[in-house]
Each structure stands twice: as structure tokens, then as C-alpha cells.
Design a protein around this ligand. Structure first.
Ligand SMILES: [Zn+2]
Length: 240
């Protein structure tokens, strides 16, 4: 699906709002000029960059639906980071409530579904076929209870993770570095098994890199028969 890019991304009243918060936080000196725009981030990322006397702010699109107080809170967080000022606790709390609200989470999911480009999906790698492996694991460990998500190898090698389940897109992508000679099959199977546990226990706030693992998850993970061997191999694997 193609990304839609509205022409004008300026946040109405954004410059004034940032000025106001700049003053409220007690930042010293002459405030920069603020250029405040919405940016099609697919999560609650906001960024600020200071270039000479202009601060370029990008607020996640999701903020378009946020009340002014929440935009102010985001401004306080960004400015606090830039000028080393701690935003007041009530502001932080307001922002936290917004970011955890079910409605916000729903909007984020919808945005990501809309924007995610479909993965070129090649479950059959050079060495390992993820579909066949999924079916085997599903039978051995899940009583065939999991519905198969899209499966594929990443287009590029990743430097920080082995695999990733994205619940919004219902897809598992595996680091293509694992699809090569010298990587034992049980290692690939373990990584896929781990991602399948995320399919089984979808996290409300789950996003590849931010997934956390409960003690129950960790316990279930150890049911994988070659868990110890796989961990041992991965200790020396140049990823992570
Ligand atoms: Zn995980």
C-alpha cells in the first residue's frame, strides 16, 4: 500500500505552543524559532533537532487526534530533553495516560496497517523454509493451534535482532543472517519458536523491538528441546 502524504504537515499553532512550554519549563535564553510538523511515524515517536536558531520538531501523526494538553506534554518532554529540564510530573502522567489509552493504541495499529508496505515475503530462504518449519513447530509445541502468519526472511541483515513478530501485520520476519551455511537448523527453529510464542501471547503494546518477555514466556521458551544448545550457539552469533 502506498503512503499518503498530505501536502501541508504544519502543526497549527505549533510554534506558539512550543514557545509557551519553553517558558513554562524555565528554559533560559532566547527561544529558538520552532518549525513544528507532523511526521508519518508509525508509533509515538517525536523528535526535535536544533540547527542554529531553529528547532525542527516532528510529532507523530497520532498527535493529530490528541488534545492540546497532550501535545503540550509531548513538547515538554522534547524540550526537557533538549534543555535538560525535567517536565512536571503531572505532565508526564498525562502523556503516559494518553500513550497507554486503548484508543491511542488502536489508532497506532490502524496507521501501521495502512502504511506498512507489504513484506516481500519469501518463506523459502536459501537454506531454510520457514513455512515447513512453522508447521513442524506448530504441531510439536502448539497442537497445531496457531494460525500461520506471513513468514519471511528479512531483505537485509539486521544487526540487533534475530526475528520479529509484528502483531498488527501478523507477520514474522527472520533475520536473513540466520539463513546460511553454518547455522544449525535447531537454531533457526528456536528463533522461529520464540516468535511463535509471541503469536500465541500477543502483547497489547507489542512492537518488534519493544517486546518484553514475562517469566511465563521465558519458562515456555525453555520447552524447546534444544534450547540450551541454541542459546549456546547464539552467544557467539554476530547479532544482538
Ligand atoms: Zn521476543
Amino acid at each position: 500500500m502506498k503512503q499518503t502524504r498530505p501536502e501541508n504537515r504544519t502543526v497549527p499553532g505549533g510554534e506558539r505552543l512550543f514557545h509557551r512550554i519553553y517558558t513554562r519549563l524555565g528554559c533560559r535564553g532566547r527561544p529558538p524559532r520552532f518549525v513544528v510538523e507532523y511526521h508519518p511515524y508509525t508509533d509515538l515517536t517525536h523528535t526535535i533537532r536544533l540547527r542554529e536558531d531553529t528547532a525542527y520538531v516532528r510529532l507523530s501523526d497520532v498527535m493529530q487526534h490528541a488534545p492540546t494538553t497532550v501535545v503540550e506534554a509531548a513538547a515538554a518532554i522534547l524540550l526537557g530533553r533538549l534543555y535538560r529540564r525535567r517536565p512536571p510530573a503531572d505532565i508526564m502522567e498525562l502523556y503516559r495516560d494518553f500513550s497507554y489509552a486503548e484508543q491511542t493504541r488502536r489508532r497506532l495499529r490502524a496507521l501501521r496497517q495502512l502504511r506498512a508496505r507489504r513484506m516481500d515475503h519469501h518463506p523459502a530462504g536459501a537454506h531454510f523454509n520457514l513455512e515447513a518449519m512453522f508447521e513442524r513447530l506448530n504441531q510439536s509445541y502448539f497442537d497445531n493451534s496457531l494460525t500461520r502468519p506471513r513468514l519471511g526472511w528479512s531483505k537485509r541483515s539486521w544487526s540487533s535482532q534475530l526475528g520479529c513478530f509484528d502483531p498488527a501485520l501478523r507477520q514474522i520476519v527472520m533475520n536473513r543472517q540466520l539463513d546460511r551455511d553454518g547455522v544449525p537448523e535447531y537454531v533457526v527453529a528456536y528463533v522461529l519458536y520464540h516468535e511463535m510464542l509471541h503469536v500465541k501471547h500477543p502483547m497489547r503494546f507489542g512492537r518488534c523491538r519493544r517486546q518484553s518477555h514475562s517469566p511465563e514466556f521465558r519458562k515456555e521458551e525453555k520447552r524447546f528441546v534444544e534450547f540450551d544448545r541454541a542459546m549456546k550457539f547464539l552467544e557467539r552469533f554476530p547479532v544482538r
